[in-house]
Design a protein around this ligand. Structure first.
Ligand SMILES: Cc1ncc(COP(=O)(O)O)c(C=O)c1O
Length: 395
């Protein structure tokens, strides 16, 4: 161990997905591994127009240092949208623009977590959250999720033995599993947490990408004083701008602003100005509708291809939105073994174990359907089905 590095960085594993993506760079490999939005849907022309408008109308102001809270116009847009879409009244003072929602996770870690502090996290859970909180050397309390949401008995079981400060959730179209918490499950989670001293993080980068089913209550409605919301423009506009936001109560926002200043003073001013001009000029909802149409088509194509090519005892979640499907293999067959065979068959996915705390092997895996067109999905699923049948025949 190099004495020069801090424990907080030496103890955090590299992103497993990044490592896996290196294996999948071979041009012939069809990759369902990454979590990339589809670049064919990026509004390049509209953003170019918005950028030129910003140069023409704002000039140097768009290139100057700015405030840590973020561009007021953008925060107003977010506030209005919460009201319009879910009837949530969120004053602009409670919104801070962050460098992606990933920075929101880091700032929450910085603000709340001392070494050894307990955090409840969904299992399987978002790798970026595991990584962000690991830097602050928190102790994870994984709580299993099922197709209807969090395992309520397991959640109750955390108390009173542990005293978690934070609980991390992705209730809509979860990464990695694609599942959503049902309305009943959300209410049950809220009931368990109602009298506990902790904050619930509702990370919602996929909420706008619903293809079927009805929208559900936000935890902000069920536990208004305890909920911290994270949002993102990565999946609805472009990830490269790195623009997201945090919604937090006044006293927390005060601390988050200090954490933000210590990290980077403020989020990229030019990107905020361009995004804001784009949102003002264009029709955001029409753009989102277009994304939903394409992703839903690809989601359906993937499910249909799996029906055709996968053995019947392989279980797949059928998400109502988002970008991922979650596969469970029969008889505890290792998805890492399948991965090796899949790469030989020129198809890639993410094996499930990095999404769990402290597991090195599972029978689960994640498939992304946003970044590959329907025809390629069919070829990829045929290859993966072949690898699966070969593995099952030999086990
Ligand atoms: C659940 C979840 N949270 C946060 C992020 C990070 O998104 P952003 O680009 O806004 O930092 C992702 C990205 O894949 C995600 O899946």
């Amino acid at each position: 161990m190099n004495r020069m590095f801090a424990d907080r960085i030496s103890d955090v594993p590299k992103s497993f997905i990044r490592e896996i993506l290196k294996v999948a760079v071979d041009e012939e490999v069809i990759s369902f591994a990454g979590g990339l939005p589809n670049r064919a849907l990026f509004p390049v022309k509209e953003l170019k127009q918005a950028a030129s408008q910003v140069f023409d109308n704002m000039g140097p102001e768009a290139l100057q240092y700015s405030n840590s809270e973020g561009l007021l116009k953008l925060r107003k847009f977010i506030s209005n949208r919460y009201m319009e879409k879910s009837g949530l009244s969120i004053p602009v003072e409670n919104i801070m623009i962050t460098s992606g929602s990933q920075q929101g996770l880091d700032l929450l870690g910085k603000t709340f977590l001392n070494e050894g502090d307990d955090v409840i996290i969904e299992e399987p859970g978002y790798l970026g959250a595991i990584q962000a909180f690991s830097v602050y050397k928190s102790r994870f309390n994984p709580v299993k999720i099922h197709e209807d949401g969090m395992d309520i008995e397991a959640l109750k079981h955390v108390f009173p033995g542990r005293n978690p400060k934070l609980i991390y959730t992705v209730p809509n179209f979860q990464n990695p599993s694609g599942i959503s918490y049902t309305e009943e499950n959300r209410r049950a989670v809220a009931e368990v947490l109602e009298n506990k001293e902790l904050y619930l993080i509702e990370d919602d980068p996929y909420g706008d990408l619903r293809y079927t089913g009805e929208p559900k209550s936000s935890f902000k409605q069920l536990l208004p004083d305890k909920t911290i919301l994270l949002g993102s423009f990565s999946k609805t506009v472009v990830p490269g701008f790195r623009l997201g936001w945090i919604v937090a109560p006044d006293d927390i926002m005060e601390k988050l602003l200090i954490a933000k200043q210590a990290s980077d003073l403020h989020t990229n001013q030019f990107a905020q100005c361009v995004l804001s001009a784009y949102l003002e000029a264009g029709d955001f909802d029409v753009h989102i509708a277009q994304i939903k149409k394409v992703y839903n088509h690809q989601r359906e194509a993937m499910i249909a291809s799996m029906d055709r090519h996968f053995p019947k005892d392989v279980h797949v979640t059928k998400p109502e939105g988002g970008m991922f499907l979650w596969v469970s293999l029969p008889n505890q067959i290792s998805s890492m073994k399948l991965f090796d065979l899949a790469i030989k068959n020129k198809v890639a996915f993410v094996p499930g174990h990095p999404f769990y705390i402290g597991l090195t092997e599972t029978n689960t895996l994640r498939l992304n359907f946003s970044n590959v067109d329907a025809d390629t999905i069919e070829i990829g699923m045929e290859r993966l089905g072949r690898a699966l049948k070969e593995l099952l025949a030999n086990s």
